[in-house]
Design a protein around this ligand. Structure first.
Ligand code: ATP
Ligand code: LTN
Length: 334
């Protein structure tokens, strides 16, 4: 009997519609999202409020949001099991973000490596939103009392800050927020750029050869892998300093489920040409059904609208309970 009263663990995660979704996003985060839907109570969002921390061209932005929504459904986000909404449709996010800003220290935000990276990259637009980005991310997560947050390794620091904010608030008042744990995959946690394997693969990279987009055509995917930067050793094995090969091995391993030892055996005595072709082909085959489903979803705008409206309503009903509780504790007149 007791088992029945146990609450199913809550998962929250989000992705920014800041460009076309990459293999890095997929292997680092999305693949886990869809795998968790049976076991957990999953709530997913497109973090479209976060996206305007970098300037967006309106028509392109609108396109990217819808593309990302349809693509995530195609990747397997299942609305019979999960909620999947657009952050900008649920007003509690911006409201709690403001409140949490006042419980987040300037010094903490100054230490965020993503802020440092992005402000170096967009030196002409270091806006306050870019700086307070983690407070909005904390609001996203804490509104749903999430236990686990599946993300790539690059988001670990933001999650630690979320935990600190939650603990601080709970300590100042009384237990209000669940303190969430990160859920970071062993494999694929950090997929690197195909052109500069010392940097992470990023959908906002201006060089399209550095990333594989989930919607890239098969011939483009094969070409991008063929051109991937490796080294001059011509031996497929995992080792320090072989960032390019290590990255391709990581991708191949998470797509095929083979271990690094199996991959080394498979390509023993073969050159990088064969290896790169095999990785490219495996990725193409893996993405084929996703691309087919995407083509169906994106044609059906009415269905998409019904999906995101319905999900936004559900998300509001859950999150407003947390927001009300927070406001009451702070002392706002009810
Ligand atoms: P941007 O280029 O706009 O910063 P991004 O490609 O870094 O975008 P996000 O929207 O910031 O992607 O991240 C979405 C999810 O994908 C996050 O969980 C993040 O950890 C994960 N992720 C992003 N890039 C990678 C990567 N190269 N390898 C593994 N996971 C990644
Ligand atoms: N900052 C995240 C996207 C994001 C997110 C979240 C991830 C916004 N809100 C809440 C997990 C939980 C990123 O991946 N760059």
């Amino acid at each position: 009997m007791e088992q029945n009263t146990e609450r199913k663990k809550v998962i929250f995660s989000a992705i920014q519609p800041s460009g076309t979704i990459t293999l890095g996003n997929y292997l680092g985060a999305l693949k886990n999202w869809t795998a968790m839907q049976d076991e957990f109570n999953c709530i997913f969002a497109l973090a479209d409020l976060h996206t305007i921390t970098v300037r967006q061209e309106p028509a392109k932005f609108r396109h990217n949001i819808l593309e990302a929504y349809a693509l995530l459904l195609a990747c397997g986000v299942d609305l019979d099991k999960s909620i999947f909404f657009m952050q900008s449709h649920v007003h509690t996010h911006a409201e709690l973000a403001w409140i949490l800003n006042c419980y987040t220290q300037f010094g903490e935000l100054s230490r965020m490596t993503q802020f440092k990276d992005k402000s170096a990259k967009h030196a002409d637009n270091i806006n306050a939103g870019l700086f307070t980005y983690p407070a909005l991310m904390a609001a996203d997560i804490l509104l749903y009392q999430a236990d686990l947050v599946p993300v790539g390794a690059d988001q670990k620091q933001h999650l630690e800050l979320t935990r600190n904010i939650a603990e601080r608030f709970n300590g100042l008042y009384s237990p209000t927020f669940v303190v969430p744990d990160p859920y970071i995959p062993k494999n694929g946690a950090r997929v690197m750029s195909l052109q500069d394997p010392s940097r992470k693969m990023s959908k906002s990279d201006e060089n399209a050869n550095s990333y594989v987009a989930l919607l890239d055509k098969p011939e483009d995917i094969l070409r991008k892998f063929k051109r991937a930067v490796t080294d001059s050793e011509a031996s497929v094995h995992y080792a320090e300093g072989k960032d390019g090969v290590n990255n391709l091995m990581g991708i191949y391993s998470s797509i095929t489920g083979r271990t690094f030892e199996q991959i080394e055996q498979e390509f023993a005595g073969k050159g990088y040409g064969d290896f790169k072709t095999a990785v490219g082909e495996a990725v193409v085959e893996h993405l084929r059904p996703i691309q087919e489903r995407y083509a169906d979803y994106i044609k059906n705008k009415d269905y998409l609208q019904q999906c995101y409206r319905d999900s936004a309503e559900k998300a509001l009903a859950i999150s407003i309970r947390t927001l009300r509780k927070v406001m009451k504790k702070i002392g706002y007149v009810q």
